[in-house]
Design a protein around this ligand. Structure first.
Ligand SMILES: Nc1ncnc2c1ncn2[C@@H]1O[C@H](COP(=O)(O)OP(=O)(O)OP(=O)(O)O)[C@@H](O)[C@H]1O
Ligand SMILES: Nc1ccn([C@H]2C[C@H](O)[C@@H](COP(=O)(O)O)O2)c(=O)n1
Length: 233
């Protein structure tokens, strides 16, 4: 998987973009990584950038209400992506591998809160756009098709029922030995959906020209095939 394409380079506007947006647990990350591997394209996990700022803010003991400090933290936080060789993405925050900490629900909730600050979103815009390099980019997030890559050649909006998304997360965390309740996860997912969809700047919503795929009850490989069919009909 191509993860960090010359992060300081300017975007290559000739590179095609596949934007995959959707709510938490809809499978964006899983499907995007597999599709990027199959196409040999670069991959941007935009949520990891917001999560990295959240984690760095936690390390610095910043208050989530102190917007000025969070904006400074966004500019100061270096995020690196590495393929672990088995198709999984490792994320380095200021040089430290923070992948496991990034995937916690606490980091997700912090990211969601920080992502509502317009100056934080503005600070991360160019960083995301620089991932656009040949031969192409698969970008997953909430506003890939609407704000970051509005001219993306392909746009997909993935959904699944909140109950199924909670079940998926429950299984994922249980497999890692993390103790959680299904009810608690469902509540967290609904709260995050509401915050991401109701914020004033770049809210979670499908682009008008996005293809909607409801993945409830659809297996991963079938979703991958449906997405690949959009890119190579
Ligand atoms: N179609 C599917 N069927 C069953 N399980 C799936 C499907 N898609 C993804 N999953 C599983 O659901 C879990 C969550 O998927 P993933 O992390 O890709 O979602 P996400 O939309 O990127 O979530 P987040 O926005 O919180 O990062 C993973 O364990 C993944 O293997
Ligand atoms: N393009 C994006 C990506 C992510 N966010 C925010 C909102 C999410 O709740 C949080 C974590 O993202 P995830 O890793 O779960 O995809 O980050 C956003 O606002 N815009």
């Amino acid at each position: 998987m191509n993860t960090d394409p010359r992060p300081s380079a300017a975007p290559d506007f000739s590179a095609p973009v596949l934007a995959i947006d959707g709510p938490s647990g809809s499978g964006k990350g899983t499907i995007s990584r597999l599709v990027a591997q199959r196409l040999g394209w670069h991959y941007l996990d935009s949520g990891a950038l917001y999560r990295a700022v959240g984690v760095a803010a936690g390390w610095a003991d910043l208050d989530l209400d102190d917007h000025g400090a969070l904006v400074r933290c966004t500019f100061d936080t270096e995020v690196g992506f590495r393929d672990d060789g088995r198709g999984e993405l490792r994320v380095l925050v200021n040089g430290t591998d923070a992948t496991d900490e990034l995937r916690t629900e606490t980091a997700g909730a912090a990211a969601s809160a920080i992502a509502a600050i317009p100056e934080v979103r503005a600070a991360l815009k160019d960083r995301q756009r620089r991932f656009r390099q040949l031969p192409g980019l698969v970008a997953d997030g909430r506003d890939m098709g609407t704000v970051i890559f509005p001219d993306a050649r392909f746009k997909v909006f993935l959904t699944a029922s909140a109950e199924e998304r909670a079940q998926r997360r429950y299984k994922q965390l249980n497999d890692k030995g993390v103790s959680v309740t299904l009810d608690g996860l469902l509540r967290e997912i609904l709260a995050r959906d509401a915050r991401d969809a109701q914020r004033a700047v770049a809210p979670l919503r499908p682009a008008e020209d996005a293809v909607h795929i409801d993945t409830t009850g659809v297996g991963i490989e079938d979703v991958v095939e449906r997405v690949l069919e959009i890119v190579n009909p």
